[in-house]
Design a protein around this ligand. Sequence first.
Ligand code: NDP
Length: 280
Amino acid sequence: MEYITLNNGVKMPALGYGVYQVEPEECERCVLDAIEVGYRSIDTAQAYYNEEDVGAAIEKSGIDREDLFITTKVWISNAGEEKASASIDESLRKLRSDYIDLLLIHQPLGDYHGTYRAMEQALRNGKVRAIGVSNFYPDRLIDLCNSVEVIPAVNQVETHALMQQQEAHEIMKRFGVAHESWGPFAEGRKEFFTNPVLVALGAKYSKSAAQIALRFLIQSDVIVIPKSARKERMAENFDVFDFALSDEDIETVRALDEKESAFFSHYDPATVELLWSMAK
Ligand code: NDP
């Protein structure tokens, strides 16, 4: 496993396992499978309604807690200092853990400055090892970085071969914020897994399009947390540390960047309406 050293010295695996849209009844099995495959970093969120299943799997796995890296996220409905603080304790209870390795603000909506203060307090109290944000596009990230005591360790944003966030990456780098991808396969949208460039590079390196996509991000200093409910795909997605794309092939993938979301724009009023409707 390769690691990224966050801006507070905490080491985070460069590749983890994401559990968004993993059904609660499957989640414990999936996380146990992922741990068996070799994953040690698990990405969940209050809004995924499966923190309890992740917690149960952690306990059952028999792996020492310090060998795991657990991320969760504060949802919009828990925004604000008081509510966020209570929600952190609730997440700890569900995760059956004394601490969270990385705690993120899920969306830049509601009183997220209050949320962030609660997270800074949790950091001081040892309830979390690192704090950061998610879906903070450059405007919000720059604003936050200029108004907080603790610079976020991570910003988790949609990032894949078709939307690479190259400008945002440079801004994160300038502030010392590690770039983490969500949706490294664009969830298969835009015929991602049959993209001719990714498939051709896969043939060249005897790897799949999915593995090329992950390797490209890892070599671009982007942390990845692919999701699969299928153990054989978990293993495939984990098997990306025995090869390296050449500089030329990195440039070939770089050229796939459409600079456009495969999902939605956080600048679109309809997206903000939708996210708020999910918080109520
Ligand atoms: P991904 O881009 O990881 O794609 C997951 C999809 O790809 C699933 O349909 C899965 O199907 C399929 N898949 C996985 N591996 C392969 C493979 N090797 N070959 C073919 N198909 C494959 O999407 P996610 O949205 O799940 O993103 C990853 C993680 O990022 C999430 O689980 C979550 O932790 C995080 N996230 C965070 C967000 C945020 O707002 N902060 C938003 C969205 C995600 P199957 O399961 O059937 O294998």
